[in-house]
Design a protein. Structure first.
Length: 309
């Protein structure tokens, strides 16, 4: 009986060993986990290093954004707009593999050199712009070239949140103030209102108005450049037409602000100087109207170029 049982077992065909799929799957999962863990460690290290190096620069940027006569009050919005544009790429990013790039590390080192130079020379703008290179370098180093290329525009958009040096801004403010003062006086004079101009002083029967730095339109110009960049990016047209949309934000900002100054002159003439003071309701209303007008003009340029396409 025992020999018969042995003979039966030996007659059964040998079944091939099944590969251990669970073991192979676990190994693959382990590799993915190790890669993600390594990326998280790199992110933690770079973030800690960034905060240690740039805490004073970040405080300076917040102060410039929140200043009374700030040209960069839009700076608070730029990171959120950039994050939204990256989020729109989420489906495309899922198919991109994570990687590393030594060039990203080189950009981080370059950013550190700029930061040290800006700190030694007390030029916070230089230190602020080094953050721009640090961010791009960090993304390139941690995520690789493919992912960085996919989200390159949202990263470049961040440049609009870094304040330029005040000396450079002043050199631009002077001709802009002169331009809007001349345009405002010329428009009001055509409307029959007695008005004279002496430099930046505008003289009307009710008193004198001064075209200050906030009225130069530089704040609108910087904001509209950022807006024009986003609009051109979201518009599905040729690169040349995208460039036209972006560059058109310059005359749009200047034109919009040139219309605001005569509005304030007329308000001062008919309702008194206090009605057009920087703290008045009319001053804020004209500012919002100018922004809406510029936005409509910019969207109009974009729609025209799309229609021509």
């Amino acid at each position: 009986m025992c020999s018969g049982f042995i003979k039966y077992l030996s007659s059964q065909p040998n079944k091939p060993n099944k590969p251990n799929k669970l073991k192979a799957f676990s190994t693959s999962e382990l590799r993915v986990f190790q890669m993600r863990l390594r990326h998280l460690i790199y992110i933690a290290i770079l973030l800690t290093f960034f905060l240690l190096c740039y805490h004073s620069t970040l405080a300076w940027m917040l102060n410039r954004w929140d200043g009374i006569d700030s040209y960069y009050s839009h700076g608070f919005l730029i990171p959120f707009i950039s994050a939204y544009l990256i989020w729109r790429k989420k489906d495309e990013l899922r198919g991109k593999p994570l990687g590393y790039s030594s060039f990203g590390l080189a950009l981080i080192l370059f950013a550190m050199v700029l930061h040290i130079l800006g700190t030694v020379l007390y030029v916070f703008s230089l230190s602020g712009f080094s953050i721009f290179f640090f961010i791009i370098g960090a993304v390139l180093f941690i995520c690789g070239k493919e992912i960085t290329r996919t989200i390159l525009f949202p990263l470049i958009l961040l440049i609009f949140m870094f304040p330029l040096p005040l000396a450079f801004l002043s050199s631009i403010t002077f001709p802009l103030k002169m331009l809007v003062a001349k345009a405002g006086v010329a428009i009001v004079d055509q409307l029959g209102v007695p008005v004279l101009r002496n430099g930046f002083d505008i003289i009307i029967p009710g008193g004198n108005l001064v075209v200050g730095n906030p009225c130069s339109g530089l704040r609108s110009l910087i904001a509209f450049l950022a807006l024009g960049a986003v609009l051109s990016y979201l518009t599905n047209i040729s690169p040349l037409k995208k460039l036209i949309i972006f560059l058109s934000s310059i005359p749009v900002a200047i034109l919009s602000n040139a219309i605001r100054v005569p509005m304030l002159i007329l308000i001062s003439h008919f309702y008194g100087l206090d009605a057009a003071s920087p703290e008045s309701v009319w001053h804020n209303i004209t500012g919002m109207l100018v922004f809406v007008l510029g936005l409509v003009l910019l969207v109009g340029v974009s729609s025209l170029l799309q229609w021509k396409s």
